[in-house]
Design a protein around this ligand. Structure first.
Ligand SMILES: Cc1cc2nc3c(=O)[nH]c(=O)nc-3n(C[C@H](O)[C@H](O)[C@H](O)COP(=O)(O)OP(=O)(O)OC[C@H]3O[C@@H](n4cnc5c(N)ncnc54)[C@H](O)[C@@H]3O)c2cc1C
Length: 461
């Protein structure tokens, strides 16, 4: 510890999952901790305009659809066409529950929340809204990102949205163009299609979500198209024209696409622009993100950065773990036991996708002798009972050691069942055999592991 007297041992900027993870871990380790949050409520973009509202809306849409498509309800003549406002109604309740629960963590652990915009004025001092000055021995920057807004797109137009504003849609448009087919764009494409909108998904790359296993990407493309989403790859916008009765997307290829509204989903920028980083000699990259070392320290070792502001993987799940790892490092405790290299991906499209570990492409490039085991959800009793038979679980394993190297899944509950594979993959002792030597509940979706493991094992010779 320093011989200086500071107001806090650690001051955290931002109360999203990254900031919360760091603040709570540091506090549990005995440090005095303060936080700043510029939004009136804690929780970060994660709680207010990202993960939670989008997943809450998706859940409502999926549940409503399940009911409306159920033959029994149809027979009873039950039809409904809920408005955006009705679909969104549950979201506010969930956000408010999350805020009060998370606020109680700060209260219970004596971590004062300073409401306002934090800015560095020197190495150990920040101001809140250019007023109150607070000193701290160390800092964590966990300020997240915001949608990138190119200057030539008029986001003041009532029909042009980004991912922060789209949830405020006051009515259900007939059609939407989504520019940018990353995770956020693809999830919204799926969600809006599920409430009957015509959806154009414009991808600036040549395939969807190319960090996923190829077979999963193929399945996602097939199912989105099958549901009626029009996908266009390798396109760049030339200009976006907002009209009274719609929006025209002019593409450099000469195509023009008109829809009721447009969602800009192409790129995010780190919230670092007004942080006073010049006063602590820190630079950011072209996306406004900070670079860190393996312990989440920036170029100034007393200033850590975690979460979306450091870039990949830009997930709430990862931000929380990174925040905890940064605090562990400050506390001088082992911070390399968080398996930060094995962060699963959960993509809440229809079908849902989840994946952890290596893809076939990566294993082939690395010349690792692997084998594949697959289970189709259509043959699982649980999937048949749920009436949700689209999906597949794929296990990649070393053909000699039988170690699990990658788990890739799409279909019902993919983001939940992936964790069984993740646990086996991360274990020093367990191999593929675990899945067929262990009795799982029946009927469950987890049965897919036994089926896939046997399928792969039987390919060996
Ligand atoms: C539409 C959408 C859907 C998503 N879905 C998922 C998902 O399903 N699963 C998943 O894991 N991730 C998802 N994400 C990503 C996830 O939301 C982020 O990875 C996560 O919020 C990052 O956490 P963070 O702590 O880095 O930042 P944030 O949660 O963004 O929090 C940053 C906080 O810092 C505050 N702040 C910024 N600057 C200052 C300042 N100078 N002073 C004081 N406070 C400041 C902000 O007000 C904000 O509250 C989604 C994102 C979006 C946009």
């Amino acid at each position: 510890m320093s011989e200086h007297q500071y107001d806090f041992d650690l001051f955290v900027i931002g109360t999203g999952p990254g900031g919360e993870g760091a603040a709570m871990q540091a506090r549990k380790g005995g440090l005095s901790v303060g936080v700043a949050e510029k939004y009136r409520q804690i929780g970060g973009g994660c709680t207010h305009w990202g993960t939670i509202p989008s997943k809450a809306l998706r859940y409502t849409i999926t549940n409503t659809n399940n009911v409306l498509k159920n033959p029994m309800f149809r027979e009873l003549g039950i039809h409904a066409n809920p408005s955006m406002e009705q679909l969104r109604r549950g979201t506010a309740t969930i956000i408010s529950k999350q805020v009060s629960m998370r606020q109680s963590f700060y209260d219970r652990n004596d971590v004062p929340v300073h409401t306002g915009h934090a800015k560095f004025i020197d190495d150990h001092t920040i101001t809140i809204d250019d007023g109150e000055q607070i000193t701290s021995n160390r800092f964590v920057i966990s300020t997240g990102t915001r949608p990138y807004r190119p200057a030539d797109v008029n986001f003041d137009h009532p029909r042009i949205f980004d991912s922060d504003t789209i949830l405020m849609l006051d009515r259900k448009p007939t059609s939407i163009t989504i520019y940018g087919a990353g995770v956020i764009g693809t999830e919204y494409a799926s969600m809006f299609r599920n409430i009957g909108m015509k959806v154009n998904l414009i991808n600036t790359r040549s395939s969807l979500l190319d960090f996923l296993d190829d077979e999963i990407v193929d399945a996602l493309s097939y199912h989105l198209r099958d549901q009626g989403v029009v996908i266009r790859h390798d396109e760049e916008y030339e200009r976006i024209e907002g009209l009274d009765d719609g929006v025209i997307l002019h593409l450099q290829s000469g195509k023009q696409i008109k829809s009721d509204v447009l969602l800009w989903g192409n790129g995010r920028t780190g919230n670092t622009n007004a942080l006073g980083l010049e006063n602590v000699n820190l630079d950011v990259n072209s996306r406004g993100q900070l670079e860190v070392n393996g312990h989440f320290q920036t170029a100034r070792e007393h200033i850590y950065a975690v979460g979306d502001v450091i870039g990949y993987p830009s997930l709430a799940s990862a931000a929380y773990t990174q925040g905890r790892a940064a605090a562990m490092h400050m506390l001088g405790e082992k911070d390399d036991n968080f398996r930060l290299h094995d962060i699963p991906t959960g993509i809440y499209t229809s079908p849902e996708i989840s994946s952890v570990g290596k893809t076939e492409r990566e294993l082939t490039a690395a010349k690792i002798p692997y084998e594949v085991g697959q289970s189709q959800f259509k043959s699982l009793a649980r999937a048949q009972i749920m009436g949700n038979t689209v999906g597949m679980l794929k296990l990649l394993f070393h053909r000699e050691t039988l170690k699990v190297l990658g788990v890739h899944c799409f279909g019902a509950n993919a983001s939940e069942i992936i964790h069984i594979g993740q646990a086996v993959m991360d274990s020093e002792d367990l191999t593929l055999e675990y899945f067929f030597e262990t009795t799982f509940n029946y009927p469950t979706m987890a049965e897919a592991y036994r089926v896939a493991a046997l399928n792969g094992f039987n390919r060996l010779f």
